[in-house]
Ligand binder design. Structure first.
Ligand SMILES: Cc1cc2nc3c(=O)[nH]c(=O)nc-3n(C[C@H](O)[C@H](O)[C@H](O)COP(=O)(O)O)c2cc1C
Length: 361
């Protein structure tokens, strides 16, 4: 098992949901970058559970202890290690279902892959809890990038059948980009948010769950970062996004919809802006052409599946006896993962961009 990522800024995530703690080591860091730990904590709070009816009641302060790589509020350039100690774990919620794999979760595949040696408590290393250290790394990356004029944000685009408007893909401002992150529920439009919450509540009351989509963007990224083929910026962002449990799909710019357009509709015509810079009139390419940034806002959308653990009874099989069984998952699970995954998606995008910044700045 290996949970490492990166070309220049390499991150390694460790820990299990109900073990002693979880954390991240960031290797290849720039030196002399100021990190505001209160701002980092505020970012972490956006992911933490226990925020409302849509979120699990499990209380996790998610306060990272920075063990190395930071001195007097600045990065030293040495590997930055952060630890979050686990608290409020209820492993007995899981021991009763040790041999009953949850449909939609990693229980069955992990059992086969690791021959039963994996930590099964609370989903172990497969748990959504491992996105907390990802947010530590992403929160740090966001602060460094912002100081250098690169801003990263995200919002909840849909829950079930309820949608809100997309970002402005051309003249996206930092205010619009960062707006949802300042709201208790991470949307741009309050009314759409109210209807999304209703959708989540409806799923919860019937013991079910619901999925959603997240739109993330970055502005201030100059043209010319990346490589073609396997080193493309899309590849690098996508590999981090798929490191987030429950992400099922990703689109850049106009994404899958491009298949229905003509070239004349999908192509983004080049123009020179009022400052003499080359840009495009539209942004269907989502800021990336040939794996290389164009200087236009980077636009990424991901789909988040409905929470696998649901109270509603489902069919499963006892992995010891191979007998058919029924499973209703008790415990504290979000009826919708997507709202809490919004800062996680921001974190993933920021980590990818910090790695690119170190390589191409
Ligand atoms: C922030 C976050 C919270 C999550 N919370 C839960 C949860 O409470 N219950 C659950 O069954 N899955 C939860 N998941 C999803 C599972 O971890 C994930 O579906 C599982 O590990 C299988 O991985 P896959 O969906 O990527 O295939 C969460 C994911 C994230 C990102």
């Amino acid at each position: 098992m290996s949970s490492m990522w990166g070309n220049v800024v390499r991150i390694q995530i460790f820990g299990e949901s109900h073990g002693g703690g979880i954390g991240v080591v960031m290797d290849g860091m720039p030196s002399g970058e100021a990190i505001d730990l209160d701002e980092l904590q505020a970012f972490m709070a956006r992911r933490a559970p226990g925020q409302g009816a849509y979120s699990t009641a499990r209380k996790e302060a998610d306060a990272p202890e920075i063990l190395s790589g930071l001195l007097d509020g600045h990065t030293t350039g040495a590997p930055l290690a952060a630890l979050i100690r686990n608290a409020d774990t209820r492993s007995k919620d899981y021991s009763a279902m040790r041999w009953l794999p949850r449909p939609g979760h990693a229980d069955y595949t992990a059992e086969v892959r690791y021959n039963g040696a994996q930590d099964t408590r609370g989903g172990g290393h497969f748990s959504g809890r491992l996105t907390a250290p990802l947010c530590v790394a992403g929160g740090i990356a966001k602060q460094i990038l912002a100081r250098h004029g690169i801003f990263v944000g995200a919002h909840l685009l849909s829950v079930g059948s309820v949608w809100e408007c997309e970002y402005n893909h051309i003249g996206l401002t930092a205010d619009e980009l960062l707006k949802a992150g300042k709201n208790a529920f991470p949307v741009l439009d309050e009314e759409a948010g109210r209807r999304m919450l209703e959708e989540i509540e409806t799923a919860r009351t019937i013991g079910d769950s619901v999925g959603g989509r997240i739109e993330a963007a970055a502005i201030g990224v100059p043209a010319g970062w990346g490589d073609p083929m396997f080193g493309g910026v899309e590849n690098r962002i996508a590999s981090l996004m798929f490191g987030i449990p429950a992400i099922r799909g990703i689109e850049f710019g106009y994404g899958m919809g491009a298949a229905e357009l003509r070239g004349s509709e999908h192509n983004d015509a080049f123009i020179t802006d009022e400052n003499g810079n080359i840009c495009t009139k539209t942004n269907n390419h989502g800021g990336i052409l040939g794996g290389i940034t164009s200087g236009m806002p980077i636009i990424v959308k991901v789909s988040v599946k409905p929470t696998p653990s649901i109270v509603k009874e489902q069919d499963t099989v006892n992995m010891q006896t191979h007998e058919n069984a029924k499973l209703s998952v008790p415990g504290r699970h979000d009826p919708c993962i997507a709202p809490r995954a919004v800062p996680v998606v921001e974190a993933a995008l920021a980590i990818a961009l910090l790695d690119l910044w170190m390589e191409f700045k």
